[in-house]
Design a binder for this molecule. Structure first.
Ligand code: ADP
Length: 484
């Protein structure tokens, strides 16, 4: 405790992490995981990092009971004047602030409402407004994705003159550039209340674009892997924002995510029948046996099981799997897929299960316990993403000794090192081109190693010894904050 205080005194920087979701309160994807883990690690480094997020109707009573009302104010959005309550809670030693407005946030789901542009404009402005209640004027405001990308813009347009914000700096992290908050230009005046001389900042093409505005005004823009940061200059990956990313390249940096290594730990995971570590990894075979029983698949000792745990969408590379699935299943393997998503991919996999009843299981569902059983039981993990800003699946798989087969894109490229049988170095099997036969080639290479038990053991233990904790990434964010 005394040690932490000393560090805090040494560093003293106040970071406000603004996010539209955070574990354990509510989450839909990777951003929620980052918001749940990074602030804790930063505080461990001596920062005072606090999180601010909307008080959604979907946040459970169990968490609401821990919250304390600390005040309210009003937030102006052009001609609107909207109530803004502020609640405070603490979890794992991190202070969380919640912005309360039932009109905007007491609804089903987090995103996908007709007025999301107004809801998150309100939240972004409320983040800045709430300091008068919390008394927490940050040195750095760290925004995430389009939902909070307006904060650096609002800061410069409305709040720069205030004492508490005069020296505040901003970081914007892009977790997925596909989602940008694009709207009719009338929102700039009618919702954001921003004078029209700011249009060149807010406009991109013929639309108002929240993410683009944030990229323009943030002091530093980060993405969740170094390779994704590079890729964003390329039209294949940038969803139209490549040019602006290239122009602002001098302030774009990549910091790869970590995973929660306490939560994802094969030594303690209660979802596993047999728990194991790198020395006792042979026990993993028992989990494969159990998984086969659970899914009513025949078990055989030397048959490779390939696992997939994923959203079933174009992004995840399912278009590569479809054309070569029959060829792949002609080999003596089993394929277990857990996921939900687009109907066409769900149908593809359901049909594969019907056609190959002893080889394929397609569980079209979201089931965290079963996901862990797949990580703990499968031999190989297939993740051939078209693009992947960072990706968690491959890191969890490696932690569980399930060797990944991935496309060399984004975070997959940065976290999976191709295995070299000559040197015994590397953690998985990779391919570059977005082509089904390149993927299939990587699958055959992986199977070749699987059948050579010595080499398979080597790559498996390389995986399990890799460090995917947040510590290293938190230090990189700390360097960025310190540089501002
Ligand atoms: P993304 O955030 O793009 O969906 P990631 O690989 O970053 O992909 O994170 C996905 C996370 O969600 C992983 O932890 C994965 O295990 C989990 N997941 C994905 N689909 C399912 C599912 N159907 N059931 C349980 N967990 C899932």
């Amino acid at each position: 405790m005394a040690k932490t205080q000393n560090k805090a005194q040494k560093c003293g920087k106040k970071i406000l992490f603004a996010t539209s979701e955070a574990m354990p309160f509510i989450r839909t994807g990777g951003l929620g995981d980052v918001a749940g883990a990074l602030p804790k690690s930063l505080n461990g480094l001596g920062y005072d990092c606090r999180v601010i997020m909307p008080l959604y109707g979907g946040i459970s009573g169990e968490f609401r009971q821990t919250m304390e009302f600390i005040g309210s104010t009003y937030v102006r959005l052009a001609w609107r004047n909207q109530y803004c309550g502020v609640f405070r809670s603490s979890y794992n030693g991190v202070t969380y602030y919640f912005i309360d407005n039932e009109y905007y946030f007491k609804r089903g789901g987090l995103y996908g409402h007709f007025d999301d542009g107004e809801r998150f404009a309100f939240f972004s402005k409320a983040v800045l407004e709430s300091a008068q209640i919390t008394g927490f004027y940050p040195d750095v405001i760290h925004s995430n994705d389009w939902q909070t990308a307006l904060i650096p813009v609002f800061l410069d347009v409305f709040y720069r003159g205030m004492d508490g914000y005069r020296d505040s700096r901003t970081v914007l992290t892009i977790h997925n550039i596909e989602f940008q908050g694009q709207y009719d230009p009338f929102v700039i005046g009618d919702i954001l209340g921003i004078p029209s001389d700011w249009n060149p900042i807010m406009m991109w093409g013929e639309a108002a674009n929240y993410l683009k505005g944030g990229i323009e005004r943030a002091n530093v823009v980060t993405t969740v892997s170094e390779t994704y940061a590079e890729e964003l200059g390329n039209p294949f990956y940038s969803y139209g924002l490549g040019e602006i990313i290239s122009q602002r390249r001098y302030k774009v940096k990549g910091v790869v995510n970590g995973i929660d290594t306490e939560l994802y730990n094969p030594e303690t995971d209660e979802n596993l029948k047999t728990r194991y570590n790198v020395k006792t990894v042979a026990g993993k075979e028992e989990n494969k046996k159990e998984l086969c029983e659970l899914l009513d698949l025949p078990y055989a000792e030397n048959r490779a099981m390939i696992g997939i745990v994923s959203r079933l969408t174009e992004q995840k590379g399912l278009d590569l799997i479809a054309p070569v699935l029959d060829e792949m299943l002609a080999a003596d393997i089993q394929l277990v897929v857990l996921g939900t998503g687009d109907w066409k991919y769900e149908t593809l996999l359901r049909n594969a299960e019907n056609n190959y009843h002893n080889k394929v299981r397609a569980i079209i569902n979201f089931n965290s316990g079963l996901a862990q059983k797949i990580y703990g039981g499968a031999d190989l993990f297939l993740m051939p993403s078209k693009y992947e800003p960072c990706g968690l699946g491959q890191m969890i798989a490696m932690r569980y000794g399930t060797v990944p087969i991935v496309r060399e894109t984004g975070g997959l490229k940065d976290t999976v090192e191709p295995f070299n049988p000559q040197t015994g170095k590397g953690t998985g099997f990779t391919f570059k081109t977005y082509h089904p036969y390149d993927m299939l080639d990587a699958v055959w290479r992986a199977l070749g190693i699987y059948f050579d038990k010595g080499l398979y053991k080597k790559v498996q233990s390389n995986c399990m010894k890799s460090d995917f904790s947040w510590t290293a990434s938190a230090k990189k964010y700390a360097d960025i904050y310190n540089s501002l």
